[in-house]
Design a protein around this ligand. Structure first.
Ligand code: 13P
Length: 250
């Protein structure tokens, strides 16, 4: 069975609540599409107004992060239950910016992934190499390590529902998109790794996105690759371009 594409925006630390509502109003008609999952991952404070603004549309609202504990003395954190109660279905886990600026590790990523599944949230699990790692030829080894730790103790059934976002760090926010071949090569290696950990059926079901300077012009070729099931889009998700990206095959 063909995998359904999933095209998600990652707003990062942009958009106040009122700006979020205005942006959704603008994008609503532009991202209408039946055969793609369209997700806007927004800052925590924007989640509730965004869900309200996206009501009766095909836009699903996701979170950019969550904590791996249920509740308690963790000042400033957001729990999975809070996300679920607000109506969130997807949560980005382990974005490279969280790893770089907020000391997230493969181990904390794994804890968050397990906790997300416990609450029926679909994690969008991020992985990606630095420029040095790519230049030193260790990209695939490094990504395999990230994936293997992220999926520790995750069942095959859960893994089949997960989303992985391959985002080479050197391509994020740089305007330097990976070539189609580079992106496809790593996304295929990720799928092979999932087949090794689980089985072919799980590997065939899991959805793998590419992220890193995706634009209206690069999306069609990227999303046409055999192992690329959509994208995680930063900068371009804040603009009308996101409508073109969602409609990449029109
Ligand atoms: P850009 O699309 O701005 O490069 O960001 C990619 C990203 O980090 C999405 O999570």
């Amino acid at each position: 069975m063909a995998r359904r594409k999933i095209i998600a925006g990652n707003w990062k630390m942009n958009m106040t609540p009122s700006q979020a509502v205005a942006l959704i109003e603008t994008l609503k008609p532009l991202v209408k599409k039946d055969d793609v999952d369209v997700v806007f991952c927004v800052p925590a404070i924007d989640i509730i107004p965004a869900i309200e603004a996206a009501k009766d549309t095909n836009i699903q609202i996701g979170a950019e992060n969550m904590y791996f504990e249920e509740k308690g003395a963790y000042t400033g954190e957001i729990s999975p239950e809070m996300l679920v109660d607000a109506g969130v279905k997807y949560v980005i886990i382990g974005h490279s910016e969280r790893r770089e600026y907020f000391a997230e590790t493969d181990e904390t990523v794994n804890k968050k992934v397990l906790k997300a599944f416990e609450h029926d949230l679909t994690p969008i699990i991020c992985c990606g190499e630095t420029l040095t790692q790519r230049e030193q030829g260790v990209t695939i080894d490094f990504i395999r390590q990230q994936i293997k730790i992220a999926f520790l103790n995750v069942t095959a059934q859960q893994a089949a529902d997960a989303v992985i976002a391959y985002e080479p760090i050197w391509a994020i926010g740089t305007g330097k998109v990976a070539t189609t071949e580079q992106a496809q090569e790593v996304c295929k290696a990720i799928r092979d790794c999932i087949a090794e950990i689980y089985d072919e059926a799980t590997a065939a079901a899991i959805r793998i996105q590419y992220g890193g300077s995706v634009s209206a012009s690069s999306a069609p070729e990227l999303f046409a690759q055999a192992d690329i099931d959509g994208g995680l889009v930063g900068g371009a998700s804040l603009k009308k371009d996101f409508g073109q990206i969602v409609n990449y095959n029109k």
